[in-house]
Design a protein around this ligand. Structure first.
Ligand code: CNA
Length: 280
């Protein structure tokens, strides 16, 4: 099986081929998998893009290695770099992109089975995708708790700490542990709902992967759980994760907002999509 093998499920390995599959009602259980690349046009830097990514701009935090800022062992000893960065990533100041609205449109059309996101910016919720359709595989800023006793920490105090770039401590008597937003750090377990839902790609009839380098496990293995006959569409700046190797893989390389507009156009949904996005 190579990139020149003819497709089995699609009529053509193109955006039009994918649109046709949806229009014919042959894709009703769509899984979407996303990463930081769908939020860069909202103004939030991703991790790994050269020059603009966070990892390329962390010199000021004096880290031993870039990932340390999200490493739980490093955080225990030195939480300040994370809190310096948290101010930039904290939800509330960014607007969802048209790519987020496209996921909401899939939901409104009754086609979205599940969205698996690695993002912690909560923009898919802000775009209107309901909670029960979203698996936040790496957690989010929606809750915060003590890393020792797990006691929840008040939201307003967390917002204050992040504004002031200070490090919040657990309020429980005798604990005083470090408090952190419930985003998953390297070295931490993913939320149980990730494991409870990761069989879903196998049941899907279409998979759309957008804005991710697919370099963080176990998330990166999700597209591989789709069956061979399930078309997988990659809308991303670069080819990643072996998508493109199966006969029904479709590559839409470039900016994801542009790719999503192209797909919406082929579906005849473009005006609807733009109107939905305008309301966010
Ligand atoms: P990553 O490793 O930084 O990869 C981003 C991918 O998106 C790369 O392949 C880029 O080429 C691509 N990309 C960037 N901009 C665009 C664009 N406009 N159009 C199309 N493609 C684009 O990020 P991943 O999400 O794969 O890595 C996983 C980490 C990043 C997760 O743990 C996230 O929590 C974390 N992260 C999240 C956010 C956020 O919530 N917005 C921001 C930064 C990092």
């Amino acid at each position: 099986v190579g990139k020149n093998t003819p497709p089995r499920t699609l009529k053509a390995r193109t955006v039009d081929g994918v649109a046709q599959l949806i229009k014919e009602g042959r894709a009703k259980k769509v899984v979407v998998m996303t990463g930081a690349g769908i939020s860069t046009s909202a103004g939030i830097p991703d991790f790994r893009s050269p020059d603009t990514g966070l990892y390329a701009n962390l010199q000021r935090l004096n880290l031993p290695f870039a990932e340390a800022v999200f490493d739980i062992s490093y955080f225990r000893n030195n939480p300040l770099p994370f809190y310096t960065l948290a101010q930039e990533l904290f939800p509330g100041k960014y607007r969802p992109t048209i790519t987020h609205s496209f996921i909401n449109l899939l939901h409104q059309k009754g086609l979205l089975m599940k969205l698996f996101t690695q993002n912690i910016d909560c923009l898919e919720r802000e775009a209107g995708v309901p909670d029960d359709k979203i698996i936040e595989a790496h957690g989010s800023f929606a809750r915060q708790s003590c890393i020792e006793c797990r006691k929840p920490y008040p939201r307003d105090l967390m917002e204050k700490a992040i504004r002031e770039k200070s490090v919040p401590r657990c309020l429980e008597d005798g604990c005083g542990g470090l408090v952190k937003p419930e985003i998953v750090f390297f070295g931490e377990q993913l939320p149980s709902e990730f494991f409870a839902n990761r069989h879903l790609p196998e049941e899907a009839d279409l998979c759309i992967v957008m804005g991710t380098s697919l370099s963080v496990q176990p998330f990166a293995s999700l597209p591989g759980f789709c069956t061979d006959s399930t078309p997988r569409v990659l809308i991303n700046q670069e080819q990643v994760g072996g998508i493109g190797l199966r006969p029904d893989d479709v590559l839409v390389l470039g900016d994801c907002d542009e790719g999503v507009r192209k797909l919406a156009g082929a579906l005849g949904w473009l005006d609807e999509l733009e109107a939905l996005w305008a309301k966010t």
